[in-house]
Ligand binder design. Structure first.
Ligand code: PLP
Length: 404
C-alpha cells in the first residue's frame, strides 16, 4: 500500500489542522483501526458525531438501500426521505417546520438569518444578537462572529455588526443588556467547545422570560447536545425551557453530514420563497441515514441506556481521579463530559490527546485545559473499561513525569 501519513497530509492539505500522525482506516462500534492495524478505543466519536459508533449495521443497510434508489434531487424537487425526516423531527420536538442544511454552522447561519429577518419585518432597527463568551456556533463568517472566541474571527474583518457577547451564566449581565433592539439570543444549553459548561437552570429561565418580554427569539444551538447526547433527545427537554429556534447536526447523521434548523409555524413563515436555500440541504442519502438514526435513538430504552452509561462514565472518571488527583472538575451531562486538568499539570489538553492516541485511545479537548469525552452513545461496558485503562495508564505516566 502507498505510504500514507501526516507528511502526506501536510503536503496536500491546507495547514489549518494538526491531526495525529496515523491514518484511520476503518471502524466498528466504539473502535477504530489505523494503517498499521492498531486498534483504538473511541471516546471522541468524531467530536460527538458517530452517536451509534462506527459502521452500525442498520445505518449501512439504510445507506446501501438509498444509494441504489436516489442520491440527489436539489430543493427544486421533493424526495421521500426528507419528508419522513421533517415529520419525525417535528413530531418529536416543539417545532412545526424544518430547514435542512449540511452542517452545524449552516444550520446556525440559517437560524441567525431567520431571526434577523423576522425582526426586520416588524422593526428595521431591531437587529442586535446576544451571544456568550466561549460559545461556539460554527466557522462560517456570521457564525464565527457570533461565537464567543474572537481569535476565530479576528483578521477576517470587517465583521458583521450588531453582536454583543456576554459572560455565560451571568444573569445580571444579561438583564442589563437585553432590550427592545435585541432580535435574538443564541446559546448552547451546554457549552461544548467552550469547556463543557452547562447553563444553569436560573440562567435559562431568565433568558426565556426576558426574550418573551422584549420579543427576542431564543435560539438553542443543540448541534453538540442533540440526538440523545445528554440522555434526552434534545437537552432543552430536560431543562424545560423551550427555544423558538433549535439547530441540530453532528449526531443527526451518525457520521453522514446533515444539519437542520427547527422552528415554529409563526417564525418559519418569515422564510418566504428565495430568502434562504441550500443545494444539498435535504439530500436523500443524508436524510435516509438520519431517519434511521432517529428511529434508534429516539426511544426510551435507548435514552435510558445513555443515562446508565453516563453514570458509569462519570464514576470511572471519578475513580481515576481518586487515584491520580489529576482533574480539578468533572462535569457535563449524559455522554458529553468534560474533565478539567488540575492547575499543576503542565500538559495541555491537546498534549493529552496525543498521549492518549499513542496509547490507543481517541479523546478530544474542549479548550486548553479540559479533556472532552463524547463516546458513541451505544458504547458498551467492555469498550468503556478498556478506554479507562488506557486513559489511566496515560495519565499516570504524566503524573510520573511530573513527580521526577
Ligand atoms: N455548534 C456547536 C455547538 C458545535 O459544537 C459545532 C461544532 O463543533 C458547530 C456548531 C459547528 O458545526 P459544524 O462543524 O458541523 O459546522
Amino acid at each position: 500500500m502507498q505510504q500514507i501519513d501526516r507528511i502526506h497530509f501536510d503536503e496536500f492539505h491546507t495547514p489549518n489542522y494538526f491531526p495525529q500522525n496515523k491514518v484511520i482506516i476503518s471502524g466498528i462500534g466504539s473502535y477504530v483501526t489505523d494503517q498499521d492495524g492498531k486498534e483504538y478505543v473511541d471516546f471522541a466519536a468524531g467530536i460527538a458525531v458517530n452517536c451509534l459508533g462506527h459502521c452500525h449495521p442498520e445505518l449501512i443497510k439504510t445507506l446501501k438501500r438509498q444509494s441504489e434508489k436516489l442520491w440527489h434531487t436539489s430543493n427544486i424537487f421533493i424526495n421521500e426521505p426528507v419528508l419522513e425526516l421533517a415529520r419525525k423531527l417535528t413530531e418529536s420536538t416543539f417545532a412545526d417546520k424544518v430547514f435542512f442544511a449540511n452542517s452545524g454552522a449552516e444550520a446556525n447561519e440559517a437560524a441567525l438569518k431567520l431571526a434577523r429577518r423576522y425582526a426586520f419585518n416588524r422593526d428595521s432597527q431591531k437587529n442586535e444578537i446576544i451571544a456568550f463568551h466561549k460559545g461556539f456556533h460554527g466557522r462560517t463568517f456570521f457564525t464565527v462572529s457570533v461565537g464567543g472566541k474572537p481569535e476565530y474571527s479576528d483578521g477576517f474583518g470587517p465583521k458583521p455588526s450588531g453582536i454583543k457577547h456576554l459572560p455565560f451564566n451571568d444573569i445580571s449581565a444579561f438583564e442589563q443588556t437585553i432590550n427592545d433592539q435585541t432580535c435574538a439570543v443564541i446559546l448552547e444549553p451546554i457549552q461544548g467547545e467552550g469547556g463543557v459548561i452547562p447553563a444553569t437552570s436560573e440562567f435559562l429561565a431568565t433568558i426565556r422570560s426576558l426574550c418573551n418580554k422584549h420579543n427576542a427569539l431564543l435560539i438553542f444551538d443543540e448541534v453538540q447536545t442533540g440526538i440523545g447526547r445528554t440522555g434526552t433527545l434534545y437537552a432543552y427537554m430536560l431543562s424545560g425551557v423551550v427555544p423558538d429556534i433549535l439547530t441540530t447536526a453532528k449526531g443527526l447523521g451518525g457520521g453522514f453530514p446533515i444539519g437542520a434548523m427547527l422552528t415554529t409555524n409563526a417564525i418559519a413563515s418569515t422564510l418566504t420563497i428565495g430568502t434562504h436555500a441550500s443545494t444539498f440541504g435535504g439530500n436523500p442519502l443524508a436524510a435516509s441515514v438520519a431517519n434511521t438514526v432517529l428511529s434508534i435513538v429516539n426511544n426510551t430504552t435507548f435514552l435510558n441506556s445513555v443515562r446508565e452509561q453516563s453514570n458509569k462514565f462519570f464514576s470511572g472518571l471519578h475513580q481515576i481521579n481518586k487515584r491520580l488527583n489529576i482533574f480539578n472538575d468533572i462535569r457535563g451531562l449524559g455522554l458529553l463530559i468534560g474533565a478539567e486538568l488540575s492547575d499543576d499539570i503542565s500538559e495541555t489538553a491537546q498534549d493529552l490527546i496525543s498521549h492518549c492516541f499513542a496509547n490507543q485511545l481517541l479523546i478530544t479537548a474542549a479548550g486548553p485545559r479540559t479533556l472532552r469525552f463524547c463516546p458513541p452513545l451505544n458504547i458498551d461496558d467492555k469498550a468503556m473499561e478498556q478506554g479507562f485503562e488506557r486513559l489511566e495508564h496515560t495519565l499516570s505516566n504524566i503524573k510520573n513525569i511530573r513527580s521526577l
